[in-house]
Design a binder for this molecule. Structure first.
Ligand code: F6P
Length: 362
């Protein structure tokens, strides 16, 4: 009988528990294998190892639950692991050999790493060190290459769309401009798709540096045509043309808006300052990542988990599961971490938005 280990790395995302449950059901129920759950991502393999047996009972009822029952870690890169010496100084050390040794100590035959770009890069390097790795892609941003979509993304788009629906009615009642900042550091997928679904007036993406004059003109034209409110969706990684990313807007830039913040506050402050329109900012933040996964994400997570076990059965290591069209396939991890999946400013989705009259800041 075989034994497999599983861990989550990087930020959490709805659907992680669905993957864990699917791996356990396919391995334990169908094949009679054992599954070990590593706690808190790679941290659990650097320290300890910290892990627990995952039997069928351990995964009962977790499919609709957000987050991950195993915990995850953002610091846990074993190739640059923060260690504190006796003087209290922190330095980044390569502790990958400890991960390899601890993994062998568990007596597991393979390791399933569920994570985004960072985690998959670690998985690739561990695979080069001889560890039998299978990757499962995860990110709400949908910025991973080689898979059509990742689980968590559909849930995030649903949460943002619902928020936009709610903001439409209050914006209309008060004749306000509502600026809604959504997740997406490098990729504007969440902003663009939820902006289309939630009938935003303006959508600003990291892939299209925006021109605030054009954004303001668009909002004013709409007012003159009789709609005195607007919803502006801004991806957190969007930035003005000719300027850099706005990490923290200054008091002057946010023009009297009570709280300072990121790009959402900057855009709102500028619209207020330039056009004298009453503006509010909503930063959706981690609500986009919490809570129950959508049916689509539950199904995708389940398919990915089952496929990961199948790959282990065939000893196909150094691979990652991916969705291509309607099929779940496997691809070399190498390919997935080579660049990012970004919105194409000249692509069909951006074009569709503009045909609908949505302004993309250009
Ligand atoms: O990559 C996923 C993501 O949710 C990004 O959209 C966001 O910028 C980031 O993680 C937030 O990270 P943290 O949870 O560490 O604040």
């Amino acid at each position: 009988s075989r034994c497999i280990a599983i861990l989550n790395g990087g930020g959490d995302c709805p659907g992680l528990n669905g993957v864990i449950r699917a791996v356990v059901r396919a391995a334990v129920l169908q094949r009679g294998w054992r599954v070990l759950g590593i706690e808190d991502g790679f941290d659990g393999l650097v320290e300890g190892p910290r892990c627990r047996e995952l039997d069928i009972r351990a995964v009962r009822g977790i499919l609709p639950r957000g987050g991950t029952i195993l915990g995850t870690s953002n610091r846990g890169n074993p190739f640059r692991y923060p260690l504190t010496d006796s003087d209290g100084n922190i330095s980044l050390c390569d502790v990958s050999q400890r991960v390899v040794d601890n993994f062998h100590r568990l007596g597991a035959d393979a390791l399933v790493a569920v994570g985004g770009d960072g985690t998959l890069k670690i998985a690739r390097r561990l695979s080069h060190l001889g560890m039998p790795m299978v990757g499962v892609p995860k990110t709400i941003d949908n910025d991973l290459r080689e898979t059509d979509v990742t689980f968590g993304y559909n849930t995030a788009v649903g949460i943002v769309t619902e928020a936009l629906d709610r903001l439409q009615t209050t914006a209309e009642s008060h004749h306000r401009v509502m600026v809604v900042e959504v997740m997406g550091r490098d990729a504007g997928w969440i902003a663009l798709e939820s902006g289309i679904a939630g009938s935003a007036e303006v959508i600003l993406l990291p892939e299209i540096p925006f021109d605030l004059d054009l954004v303001c003109e668009h909002i004013m034209r709409r007012r003159q045509a009789g709609s005195r409110f607007s919803i502006v969706v801004v991806a957190e990684g969007a930035f003005p043309r000719g300027g850099g990313k706005v990490v923290q807007a200054t008091a002057e830039q946010t023009h009297g808006l009570e709280r300072l913040g990121g790009i959402g506050h900057f855009v709102a402050g500028e619209i207020e300052r330039r056009k004298g329109l009453e503006t509010r900012v909503v930063v959706l933040g981690h609500t986009q990542r919490g809570g129950t996964p959508s049916p689509f994400d539950r199904i995708l997570a389940s398919r990915f988990g089952v496929q990961a076990v199948e790959l282990i059965e065939k000893h196909e290591y150094g691979t990652m599961v991916a969705l291509r069209g309607r099929n779940v396939v496997s691809i070399p991890i190498e390919h997935a971490v080579n660049g990012q999946n970004l919105v194409d400013p000249a692509g069909n989705l951006a074009w569709t938005a503009e045909q609908l009259g949505i302004h993309l800041g250009r």
